[in-house]
Design a protein around this ligand. Structure first.
Ligand code: GAL
Length: 806
């Protein structure tokens, strides 16, 4: 609807506008009515090609997630075990004649990978890197009447990734029309060289495009608005002579008593820059603005707006679980909400530039971002990976990432690479210098680092290049202690930590013996269990990593550890270490692939937030007589007392650097009750009951009202309960879904890492009591009704209203 309205508006403006210079820019989603063909057909680039029998779809789209899991798929289980291949997308569109007077661009936020784009049969270009945003100018190829864009996507050469990449036009596409004199693409750069409580100075660098020889001068005006839309400051430059195809100018805007952007109060402004020819506005361009300052100190760590704080971050890959790589703003927002609620304040975009909308969300929700460019340079990690494109593309890709992302207040760090192999030989020296310079030429306001693993400083050539602003250390948490001695004067950030392995709801005892899976780099992994699960007592980790508690205890101890990024916030598709097939997604998440928190989530919540936490686990369905380890994570209290069927099992308090308390309990069915107390007064009470047989389904939607925009989502948690309403911890019932009232089921999941059921389905087995249905709005307002049924269980219904959008 919005798109149609925009198009009508665009057409009207074009018809009544005064030709080439009068139209302020128009940028609209270009996602609807694409045709799709999974396969290769060179003829499809021609505008006259008949695509009538191709599938019609709306972008963003990931064809891999629609496929079947198969161990033999060329991406291998490490890549998620889903099909890849070659596919084509085509879109026909009609523009009014007056459009020919404008500059028109098509922008792709990301295509995985090797995209080639044609407009009306003319090749616009090729872009190998699957995570980079790019655009092409269409102007000279456009005609009145029908135009056709064709895109070939080639993700056939495998394996090309250490994790699931997805395949296709998996991020948004935009169509932008500007006047012939306009601000260039990514053509503004904001910085805040001086910020205090009473005053902020904003520097705005503006690049004006004038490709068609307009002769004369323009007026450039920038106005700063606060979040309420109030004009707070402005600057104007009267006579900017456009002599070149690209003319740069700088404006300085002062803001009194600025509201500073922080993780707790992410106050935002925006800058609207207008270009005037005489009195006529010929462009209007918006740049987000967050006013903040930060510093890394070798001894005291990170400070934001003058206050010391730790960066409490997680690494995130880009997939959205059952939705695959196809971006969805609500799905990303939900992930960030879950993390915020845990006390997380930072994201590392592992190991590539993210969707631009993720950065918008981080700006709005208050997350610090370490924006990462690459997982490899010229030396490969997989046969078919980006190392093949390195020589030709790395300069352009790195520059484009920085240009695109440098106005986001959330972005505080640039990472030029993760565990790059050039650490280990002297080629790393010159390459590091080159990459750091590329970044610094575009932005000197943020430190540049690389996530390093070679810990012998003398043998680490990226470090030896002496070009990085700070030290990014992956794993090796025992080195935090003597860091200052070994790396004098360096600032330390734990760019990647932990790699704990956990499966939600699965427990192996004894809980205090730690398993390293695999145990070293030489021995083949033969351990594990028949369920293909990893214990959620936080007692399993990869050998190069450590458990959540082992890591956090060290990171917490030292001020000079400015922060950490736990590997990972959520399980992700691919890298199912240590298990073989049918494991196909990772075990590293603090929450599972469906977004359900594992127990360690509450350890972080008890440490990283000030809200009262008391989390007691495991479930209470065991064989009578078994000794069960009962753990509690808690905060804001001095002690926790545990009762079994009314009988006290004793009071425990965390001692020293403990992060949990534990009781060894002789199991008997009934009720386990924990009470946390401070100064003798009850803070929280938690009960766990032995569950009976599965009896009914419960549906809980995270949002009962969503927008009729064809994209918004409601995540519905499906619980298998007994008669009394207790979650049945072992339940794996098959649940079938029916959705009425329009909309669709966008995906289903249960968070189990070794399930080979499809994500695009209207059924799912529960795993350890839970599964998830993701309901997506259509474009019509109304009511959606989701019904869940399962043999022998009382079914459940949830209604979600779909509201009209303006
Ligand atoms: C790290 C790597 C990550 C992931 C992780 C698994 O070394 O940077 O991408 O592979 O190991 O533990």
């Amino acid at each position: 609807m919005l798109l149609r309205k925009n198009l009508v508006l665009l057409m009207l403006m074009l018809i009544i506008g005064h030709a080439a210079y009068s139209l302020p820019r128009l940028r609209q989603p270009f996602n609807q009515d694409w045709k799709f063909f999974l396969g290769d057909d060179a003829a499809a680039k021609s505008p006259g090609f008949n695509d009538a029998d191709w599938r019609r779809l709306t972008l963003p789209h990931d064809w891999s997630i629609e496929g079947k899991f198969d161990e033999k798929n060329p991406a291998k289980p490490e890549g998620g075990g889903l099909p890849t291949g070659i596919a084509w997308y085509r879109k026909a569109f009609t523009l009014p004649v007056s459009m020919l007077k404008k500059d028109v661009f098509i922008e792709f936020d990301g295509v995985y990978k090797n995209s080639e784009v044609w407009i009306n049969g003319h090749l616009l270009g090729k872009r190998p890197y699957g995570y980079i945003s790019f655009h092409y100018e269409l102007t000279k190829y456009l005609k009145a009447g029908k135009n056709v864009v064709a895109v070939r996507v080639d993700n056939s050469a495998q394996p090309d990734s250490r994790w699931y990449s997805g395949s296709g036009i998996y991020r948004n596409v935009w169509l932008t029309a500007t006047s012939k004199v306009a601000i260039d693409h990514w053509g503004t750069f904001l910085s805040t060289p001086s910020v205090s409580k009473t005053k902020a100075e904003v520097n705005l660098n503006i690049q004006i495009r004038n490709q068609n020889g307009f002769k004369g001068s323009v007026r450039v005006q920038s106005q700063v608005y606060d979040a309420q839309g109030k004009l707070v400051s402005s600057a104007s430059t009267d006579r900017v002579l456009l002599t070149e195809k690209l003319t740069g100018l700088t404006q300085v805007v002062n803001i009194n008593n600025p509201k500073l952007w922080s993780v707790d109060r992410p106050d935002l402004y925006k800058v609207i820059t207008r270009i005037f020819i005489n009195k006529m506005v010929c462009d209007s361009y918006e740049t987000p603005l967050g006013i903040r300052y930060f510093n890394f100190d070798a001894a005291k760590g990170f400070s934001l707006n003058g206050e010391y704080m730790k960066i409490l971050g997680v690494c995130l890959h880009h997939d959205l679980g059952a939705l695959g790589a196809a971006i969805n703003i609500r799905a990303m927002e939900r992930q960030l909400e879950i993390l915020k609620n845990m006390g997380c304040n930072a994201i590392r975009t592992a190991h590539n530039p993210p969707a631009p909308e993720l950065l918008d969300l981080c700006d709005k929700m208050g997350f610090l971002v370490m924006d990462e460019a690459f997982d490899m340079w010229a030396k490969k990690k997989n046969k078919q990976d980006y190392h093949l494109n390195w020589e030709e593309w790395h300069v352009r890709d790195l520059q484009d990432m920085v240009k695109r992302d440098r106005n986001h207040p959330s972005v505080i760090l640039w990472s030029i690479g993760n565990e790059i192999r050039e650490q280990f030989d002297s080629t790393g020296l010159a390459m590091t210098k080159e990459l750091v310079k590329l970044v610094k030429d575009l932005d000197t306001t943020r430190p540049v680092l690389s996530a390093l693993t070679e810990t012998d400083a003398k043998k680490n050539f990226i470090y030896q290049a002496d070009a990085l602003d700070m030290y990014g250390l992956n794993y090796n948490h025992k080195l935090y202690k003597d860091f200052a001695k070994n790396y004098p004067g360096q600032k330390l950030l734990a760019t990647e930590t932990t790699s704990s392995l956990d499966t939600r709801g699965f427990y192996e005892m004894p809980s205090d013996s730690i398993r390293r899976w695999p145990k070293d780099g030489k021995t083949k992994f033969t351990g594990g269990n028949a369920e293909f699960a990893a214990s959620s007592y936080d007692n399993v980790s990869a050998y190069w990593g450590s458990t959540h508690e082992e890591t956090w205890k060290e990171a917490k101890k030292y001020d000079h550890v400015s922060g950490l990024f736990v590997w990972t916030g959520f399980d992700y598709l691919g890298e199912p270490l240590p298990y073989p097939w049918p494991a196909r997604s990772s075990y590293f998440g603090i929450a599972d692939l469906a977004g359900f928190p594992k127990d360690a989530y509450y350890m972080y919540q008890s440490e990283w937030t000030s809200k009262p936490v008391l989390h007691v686990f495991p479930h209470w369905n065991w064989t009578p007589g078994k000794t069960v380890d009962v753990w509690a994570y808690y905060n804001n209290a001095d002690e926790v007392e545990l009762f079994l069927n009314g009988k006290s099992l004793g009071t425990r308090s965390k001692q020293g650097d403990d992060l949990h308390v534990v009781w060894k309990v002789q199991y008997e069915p009934g009720t386990l009750k924990a009470v946390s107390r401070k100064n003798g007064r009850t803070v929280l009470v938690k009960e766990i009951h032995t569950a009976g047989k599965p009896a009914k389904i419960e549906l809980v939607a995270d949002r009962r009202a969503i927008a009729a925009d064809g994209s918004d989502l409601s995540f519905v948690t499906v619980s298998i309960l007994d008669d009394e309403g207790n979650l049945v911890p072992g339940a794996d019932n098959l649940v079938k879904f029916k959705l009425e009232g329009g909309g669709r089921i966008a995906g289903v999941d249960n968070g189990f890492q070794a399930s080979l059921e499809p994500f695009k389905a209207d059924y799912r087995k529960a795993y350890r009591g839970l599964c998830l249905a993701i309901v997506q709005a259509g474009n019509k307002a109304g009511k959606l009704k989701l019904t869940a049924v399962s043999a022998g269980l009382t079914s459940a219904v949830v209604e979600i209203s779909v509201k009209k959008i303006d």
